[in-house]
Write a protein that binds this ligand. Structure first.
Ligand code: RIB
Ligand code: CA
Length: 304
């Protein structure tokens, strides 16, 4: 996958932190981080983004986004700790940029060549939904969007039907699926659940500050996914978002299938349900991931 300019739209978020720090260590061309509500309030998620950049020694600009879905109210997560980052908070002099996430998207798309931007969407996709509604022509300059979201053939992780990011704002995902972007890639929760980390993996990171910081960030998340009576039972923390940035570094670890998917925005009980239906494909869905190779690549890149 040819990566030109990447924007990470995120609600950090423990697994977001792993995805972002991996992308930085892999030297991916990240233009900016735009934050959104989800794993905590957008204010906390923005503070967390600055902590993650302090931890990784990166100066990527951060733009704060929206604090609620296009319609209705947000459903904040409880599996990432009170501050959304497992209680981790690194003092930093970094400041967020003056522009809002929407203003930033409009600016960079205005000033970029057509089809030169990739968006990694690892929270509710409301910032992008807002961009499509306000500036549809600018949005159509985006080349590719890779979304951690949805779930197929398994239960959801926030209701029996829906995955968290989509449940928070299915309207925005619906707008994205109806856009005619060249490439929309969906990495669903049923695939992400195969990628679980215990604290041991962080012991394999040689940089002590990074190793300790990521272990601290992940501790309660790993406990939650291992022991929670309703959503636990895994062999560690489910590092959902990490799959998006690993896909950019080594797409060969993934199988993608062209699919037509829809998202439920009306039925109350099945709100946020993603379905694979017959028809002309509107996206590519990840159907397989090479888990052990992914873990090896993670350790290799984090020790670069
Ligand atoms: O359902 C998992 C998704 O919701 C991940 O992006 C996680 O960070 C939370 O935002
Ligand atoms: Ca996330």
């Amino acid at each position: 996958m040819q990566n030109k300019k990447i924007i990470i739209d995120t609600d950090p978020g423990v697994d977001d932190a792993l995805a972002i720090s991996f992308a930085i260590k892999a030297s991916l061309p990240i233009e900016a981080i735009t934050t959104v509500y989800g794993n905590s309030t957008v204010s906390n998620c923005t503070t967390n983004a600055l902590s993650i950049l302090e931890l990784t020694g990166s100066n990527i600009p951060v733009y704060s986004g929206v604090d609620k879905p296009l319609k209705g109210k947000s459903e904040l997560a409880n599996s990432h700790g009170d501050n959304g980052l497992g209680g981790f908070n690194l003092k930093t002099n970094k400041k967020i940029s003056k522009l809002s996430a929407l203003e930033y998207y409009q600016e960079i798309l205005n000033n970029s060549e057509d089809k030169s931007i990739t968006i990694i969407a690892i929270g509710p996709t409301t910032n992008i939904g807002q961009l499509i509604k306000e500036s549809p022509k600018l949005f159509n300059k985006v080349d590719r969007i890779i979304i951690m979201g949805g779930v197929f053939c398994e239960e959801g992780n926030v209701t029996p039907y829906a995955e968290f990011n989509v449940y928070n704002d299915p309207y925005s995902l619906d707008l994205i699926l109806k856009s005619n972007l060249p490439e929309i890639i969906i990495i669903p929760a049923n695939i992400c659940r195969q990628v679980t980390f215990t604290k041991d993996i962080f012991n394999k990171i040689n940089n002590p500050k990074l190793s300790k910081g990521l272990a601290k960030i992940s501790k309660m998340f790993i406990d939650y996914y291992s022991n929670d009576p309703q959503y636990g039972g895994f062999k560690g923390g489910v590092m959902y978002d990490l799959l998006t940035t690993v896909l950019l570094v080594n797409p060969k670890l993934f199988t993608l299938e062209k699919r037509k998917i829809t998202v439920e925005t009306k039925d109350k009980e099945k709100f946020g349900l993603t379905r694979i239906v017959k028809g002309v494909p509107n996206c590519k869905v990840v159907t397989e991931v090479k888990v052990e190779e992914l873990k090896k690549l993670y350790i290799k890149i984090m020790n670069k």
